[in-house]
Design a protein around this ligand. Sequence first.
Ligand code: FES
Length: 128
Amino acid sequence: MFSLRAWIGTKPKGPKPGFVKVGSLDDFPDNSARVVVAFGRDIGVFHVGGTFQAIDNICPHSNRPIGTIDYDKDHVTCIWHGLRFALSSGICPEASHYRVVKYPVEVFENDVLVGPCLEDGPTDRGVD
Ligand code: FES
């Protein structure tokens, strides 16, 4: 007899809808970061302390790339003027009106995938 519950339980689960592959786990060893392109945006993907985070790679201070050179488990520091952005929220702790959007990250099998941003855009794109 066919069991829908058993069939659903054995069906391989895939990544969430709308997520796009940005690399494999080999491309993102722990304590690494790199910029990828997805959804027509440059996105910084960070794998720090076993956790993946992704944020827009455009600094709202003056619309330049933030970069992935200087980061720790909580923040990335913009290469231009040193503003930091929290990887967990995208908010700049020194000037909270500056915020970059976050993207969800999922690991499925050996793939690293980024999902579409569901937030509003940055709060401030002006130049101080
Ligand atoms: S452009 Fe990022 S801190 Fe100024």
